[in-house]
Design a protein around this ligand. Structure first.
Ligand code: GLN
Ligand code: ZN
Length: 773
């Protein structure tokens, strides 16, 4: 066949497909059923019925939208990586008895732990906010095929008249995401188990074929990260072996979240029948890389042209152009979202509170499915067949581009006028440190906390009462002030040196600010799974960002009026404001970050003006938004650190800027931490026994630091001895004039009883050590 006739044939057969769909249901029915089951209010059969009903609804919705081959097995009671562990029999020893006694309860025990047994560790799924349960493997792991869940869900879809394509975590990604089980040598590499795992996948594939699967999708997102030659060889072996199986469905290997890079030729040469690629954002590089290997002759190519991680409508014209190029590169080209639609909310149409004009720019899972179907139809039947959709899409894109929400000339002029000088403090760190010592007159080993104090039931009730109109603003604010008085009084009595107001007015550290900045939208039903039954509603950063009025000054000033000690102003930094929102996709992230930074800069300056001598700007998400490929780190860290400095560098030399980070290994961003040019940093460290103090010291970090000595993720209260021991360890790495004493993170999830005891012990430990220094 000539290239043109290949392209024509590929176009004629183009289909729409997706890799996964939001699990929770329109009204988060799944969350309610599972939590009801945990509390004993919902029976196992009722839970199973609810789940089956949700799958049925999802498949129906997909089929009605024009998806011929629906995903199966992507549904989960908790997490699909945990499902994969069950599927290959990788049940940790400590959970075996529970799983044998009752599969469902054993499953939830692995996910959540029980009184006696720890759960699997949980961590972020690549650079998303979805968390998976980390497989625990060791040299003694014996895999055993358990295709039950996958077969049952496929069978269910087939019985409903759908064509189902089971979606499985691929074997290479499964092993690369695993870690050594407790008790196994920490340098054990799970990938060495590949030869043991492949026969188990072979068995599962045979079962799925027997159950009626034409195609099976194996997800290998780990291949979009930098991989060693050994890992690439393992990938080649895995897909040579699976490809050579005779009793199996056709295989579609899916990659997403970035470009495949050096793994692309490996997969292109393998014996599988289909490959799925992400073509959005930086992953668009896949297009050239595919052309460079001569395309995928004889294979099915699934083109992820609709962004599966963001909430904006697709530029259909641009996607058609990409698809047009791809048509010449494979025998069959199908259209998809870049990744599972699990990462976006279900239905933009449910958002009645958003201006309908702006609502037209939004595409959640349901709308994205429609876009995918439209694009596939355009390929099959020609653009004439979708001319109405194309025209509407062009109009919506144009209205977004020219809206005063997305383009505020004042904000743009101010951002354009930013120079390097705006991102630098007026004096170098050493001079500032001296001026701050003079002004603050803190003791050695100053004690402080990270910001929030326990969010009590009364606070949540007060917020709910305000929302429901049961109390007015004045009553609500009086409630908040009462809480601040209590938090300040406690800290004074305990002898803490730098106080906080406790953040009682904040529901969430990003949402609170998003609600006060122009350019952000809030959703009512935009739930996205974070982990298990926990769903979040990220705000949508839709337009140019400005701050109509001060956001926190009122509360910080009130707190400061109650005490002679310094009260830290408390803000969420620009990188974290972006990381935990849906961000706009019509300009570089660096531009968006700069606008947010300027709004925060005004807040920082207003706090200083109102009397704050210490201001903390939290950046817990700095590490987690690091791009998946090392080659992209430099560009990201440059704008990330610049935006932090832009928000914090407008203050006097003797005002002290703090920052805070958590949930991360900081080892690979130490330089960036220094580039923030903050005067003091507090970091999570209690669980790693102050390891971060050594890392900071080894990197020559010159500033003050507070590696956490109280693990706030645990109800355990460290006693004075334990805190003293951790501080001694910190002092081996950090000089006494530069070491702070604080918890790992905010205290909002803890109870008052623990918090009281823990902070008292921290102060006692600091007091015990001071005379010895
Ligand atoms: N200041 C915030 C708090 O104390 C920081 C939270 C965080 O780091 N995630 O809650
Ligand atoms: Zn934290």
């Amino acid at each position: 066949m000539t290239a043109t006739s290949t392209a024509t044939a590929a176009a004629r057969t183009a289909e729409a497909t997706v890799y996964g769909y939001p699990r929770q249901g329109a009204d988060r029915e799944l969350k309610k059923a599972i939590e009801g089951y945990w509390k004993g209010r919902v029976g196992a059969d009722e839970l199973r019925c609810t789940a089956a009903e949700l799958r049925r609804t999802n498949w129906r919705q997909l089929a009605d939208a024009g998806i011929r081959e629906v995903p199966t097995g992507d549904f989960s009671y908790y997490d699909h990586v945990l499902d994969a562990s069950v599927m290959v029999g990788a049940i940790p020893d400590r959970h075996r008895a529970a799983v044998e006694a009752d599969r469902l309860d054993g499953y939830f025990a692995m996910a959540r732990g029980t009184q006696d047994v720890a759960p699997l560790e949980m961590t972020k799924w690549f650079d998303t906010n979805y968390h998976y349960l980390v497989p625990e493997l060791g040299p003694g792991t014996v895999f055993r095929a358990d295709s039950g869940k996958q077969v049952a869900e496929l069978t269910e879809a087939l019985a409903l008249g759908h064509t189902g394509r089971p979606v499985l975590v691929g074997p290479v990604t499964y092993l690369l995401l695993a870690k050594p089980a407790p008790g196994v040598a920490p340098d054990f590499e799970p990938l060495t188990l590949l030869d043991r795992l492949l026969p188990v996948y072979a068995e599962i594939l045979a079962d799925l074929r027997a159950a009626g699967a034409e195609w099976v999708q194996l997800d290998e997102p780990a291949l979009v990260q930098d991989r060693t030659p050994a890992e690439l060889n393992a990938t080649a072996r895995a897909y040579r072996d699976l490809g050579a199986l005779t009793d199996r469905p056709r295989l579609l290997v899916a990659s997403y979240f970035d470009r495949l890079g050096e793994a692309l030729p490996v997969l292109a040469k393998s014996g599988v029948e289909g490959l799925a690629f992400d073509f959005t954002g930086p992953a668009a590089a896949n297009l050239d890389d595919l052309a460079a290997v001569g395309g995928l002759p004889g294979k099915r190519l699934v083109a992820g042209v609709v962004d599966g991680r963001n909430v904006w409508i697709n530029d259909l014209g641009k996607s058609l152009a990409t698809l047009g190029t791809l048509l010449g590169l494979a025998d069959r080209v199908d259209v998809a979202a870049s990744c599972s639609l699990l990462h976006v909310p279900l239905d933009a149409e449910a958002e009645k509170g958003i201006d309908p004009q702006i609502g037209r720019w939004l595409a959640f899972a349901r709308q994205k499915t429609g876009e995918i179907a439209t694009l596939a139809r355009g390929l099959r039947e020609g653009t004439g067949a979708i001319s109405a959709q194309l025209a509407a899409n062009r109009a919506d894109m144009a209205s977004r581009a020219s809206s005063s929400l997305t383009r505020d000339p004042e904000v743009r002029a101010r951002a354009a006028a930013v120079t390097d000088a705006h991102t630098r403090r007026s004096q170098p760190y050493s001079e500032r440190a001296a001026a701050q010592r003079e002004r603050l007159r803190l003791p050695l080993l100053p004690t402080t906390s990270i910001g929030s104090f326990p969010q009590t039931g009364e606070l949540r009730t007060a917020r709910a009462d305000l929302r429901a109109g049961r109390i007015g603003t004045a009553a609500y604010e009086e409630r908040i002030e009462a809480e601040i008085r209590e938090v300040i009084a406690f800290q004074e009595k305990t002898g803490i040196d730098v106080l906080v107001h406790g953040e009682p007015e904040r529901n969430d550290m990003v949402q609170y600010f998003a609600e006060r900045l122009t350019g952000y939208l809030a959703t009512q039903h935009g739930w996205v799974q974070s982990y298990g039954t926990r769903y979040v509603r990220p705000p949508i950063l839709a337009g140019d960002i400005s701050r109509p009025e001060p956001m926190t000054v009122r509360w910080t000033s009130y707190a400061q009026s109650l005490t002679q000690k310094p009260v830290k102003g408390m803000l969420t930094g620009p990188v974290t404001m972006l990381a935990w929102s849906f961000v706009r996709d019509d300009q570089p992230l660096a531009d968006t970050a700069r606008q947010v930074a300027l709004a925060l800069r005004d807040e920082v300056n207003d706090l200083e003006e109102a009397g704050s001598s210490v201001i903390q700007v939290d950046e817990p998400a700095l590490r987690e938004t690091l791009p998946l490929r090392a080659a992209d780190h430099g560009g990201y860290l440059a704008w990330a650190t610049e935006s932090f400095r832009l928000s914090t560098s407008g203050v006097r030399p003797d005002s002290q800027i703090h920052t805070h980070m958590c949930y991360a290994e900081f080892g690979d961003i130490l330089q960036a931490i220094d580039d923030l040019d903050a005067d003091v940093i507090s970091l999570e460290a209690a669980r790693s026994h102050m390891q971060v103090a050594d890392e900071l010291a080894a990197s020559g970090y010159p500033r003050e630091a507070g590696p956490g000595v109280y693990d706030i993720h645990s109800p355990r209260v460290p006693d004075i001895e334990e805190a003293t021991a951790l501080l001694r360890k910190g002092l081996e790495a950090i000089a006494p004039e530069r070491l702070w004493v604080n918890p790992d993170c905010g205290l909002k999830t803890r109870g008052w009883t623990e918090v009281r005891a823990a902070l008292e012990n921290l102060v006692a430990a600091a007091r015990e050590l001071r005379p010895t220094l």
